[in-house]
Write a protein that binds this ligand. Structure first.
Ligand SMILES: *Cc1c(COP(=O)(O)O)cnc(C)c1O
Length: 425
């Protein structure tokens, strides 16, 4: 039997008929730590990072991991030790960066709804830059900074109005999105920022969407952003760094996004051609650094044959793996120990009381109750979006480094899920 090449290959692959992450057999992990269980390959993360580092070799560039993709402390530490900064979207994420040993000076604070308390927290620890999304936010940040006797470093997130050709929920750079300052208003917004005493303009940024698998949207967005840099600087506001956001896709289901180094070879050629090659560059990749570095291990509970559909009921659910329910997303599902013989078509579903609780549809599987399945490409936007819906404790997480197993998050107990609650009488 020939075994398929999985997303995450070569770090997640079959050896002697058994699925392994690096040098560790997943069946052994399931019996020690239970299921559902997230298992990540450190080498896969560092290899994804290396593609960006190679792309930027010899450039003045800072890679800021967009940590909402996976914000577990053990994951952040891997990137902090590798020299990354972080793109954050809340004060909670900032606290995580500091707890993991990240450098606040390499932190970028994104998001449309920063509170005053979050602004103060970020100014206190000296974060690198606020990516500001509106005039109203500029004014509030100015007030907060003046009140603290500080100047807040700011970049404006501009909306290049480019279609990233991805799912509508994860496209962010179109006019109808809530994100960013419209291209047409960017110059006057920069002039406004430059007149505020509590702000210091340091950069410009954009982020057009997520799971982008084409190069063209990036090239178009870069042209739009560089046009603005020229206009804003002509209006008298110097822009030190240019931040091109994140968004590069990964292979979930035969997707073929450009490799990070190949993408950046093209983007850097354009930057050079337009005379911006010496600028400080920033990027904010999330999914592409962690998505294919992890799997979610789950046990088959029941098989339920039906007239129209067969169901394979597993012990992981939409509270662990929210992407199918939220975005109709595809995750490849593969047996940990493949059996011989023909597969049967199943909808793979979880135990949660919602018809939306499905993990994969119409999958050909040869499985029995008690078998282990690996849900692939589960490193990004899974654990960080996990919930306790149906009073399910969240899964444990392991980081694999060669033959070493690090527990980076213990399984949440049911007691943990209600310990902040109180009975009224
Ligand atoms: C989510 C986000 C990112 C990362 O997006 P990916 O698709 O995971 O690379 C980067 N920048 C901002 C502002 C974001 O909101």
């Amino acid at each position: 039997m020939t075994e398929p090449t999985l997303p995450g290959h070569p770090f997640i692959a079959y050896h002697e008929g058994e699925l392994c992450v690096e040098q560790v057999r997943l069946s052994a992990l399931a019996s020690t730590y239970g299921t559902p269980l997230f298992v990540y390959s450190k080498a896969a993360m560092l290899s994804a990072l290396a593609a960006y580092q190679l792309g930027f070799a010899g450039r003045n560039a800072q890679i800021c991991y967009a940590m909402k993709a996976n914000s577990t402390l053990g994951i952040l530490q891997v990137f902090a030790l590798a020299g990354c900064g972080f793109d954050i979207v809340s004060g909670g994420e900032l606290a995580r960066v500091l707890a993991a040993g990240g450098d606040p000076a390499k932190v970028i604070f994104s998001g449309v709804g920063k509170t005053r308390a979050e602004m103060r927290q970020a100014l206190q620890v000296g974060i690198g830059c606020f990516n500001v999304e509106s005039i109203a936010e500029l004014d509030v940040l100015n007030e907060v900074a003046v009140g603290m006797g500080l100047r807040a470093p700011v970049s404006l997130r501009v909306n290049p109005n480019v279609d990233p050709q991805t799912h509508p929920y994860i496209s962010t750079g179109l006019k109808g999105n809530k994100f960013g300052v419209a291209h047409e208003q960017a110059v006057e917004t920069y002039l406004h920022a430059s007149r505020l005493p509590g702000l210091k303009v340091v950069g410009i940024d954009c982020h057009i969407g997520s799971q982008i698998t084409e190069t063209t949207p990036y090239l178009d967005a870069m042209d739009r952003v560089l046009d603005l840099v020229t206009q804003v600087e002509a209006a008298g506001v110097p822009i030190h760094h240019i931040d091109f956001g994140g968004g590069l896709g990964i292979n979930y289901n035969g997707d073929t996004p450009p490799a990070a180094d190949a993408l950046w070879a093209q983007l850097l050629a354009k930057l050079d051609a337009r005379g911006f090659g010496q600028r400080q560059l920033m990027i904010e990749p999330g999914r592409s650094l962690v998505g294919n570095a992890g799997v979610c291990l789950s046990e088959v509970l029941y098989l339920k044959p039906g007239e129209q559909k067969n169901f394979c009921i597993i012990d992981a659910a939409m509270n662990d793996l929210p992407r199918p329910a939220m975005y109709q997303a595809y995750h490849h599902i593969t047996p940990v120990r493949p059996r011989k013989g023909e597969g049967t078509l199943f909808d793979v579903v979880g135990p949660i009381c919602e018809s939306g609780d499905w993990i994969g549809r119409d999958r050909s599987l040869q499985v029995q109750p008690g078998d282990l399945l690996a849900v692939c490409s589960a490193g990004a936007y899974c654990m960080s979006m996990a919930s306790n819906y149906n009073t399910r404790g969240r899964a444990a997480e392991l980081l694999i480094d060669g033959d070493q197993v690090h527990v980076i998050r213990q399984r949440e107990s049911v007691f943990d899920t209600f310990q902040l609650e109180q009975l009224p009488v």
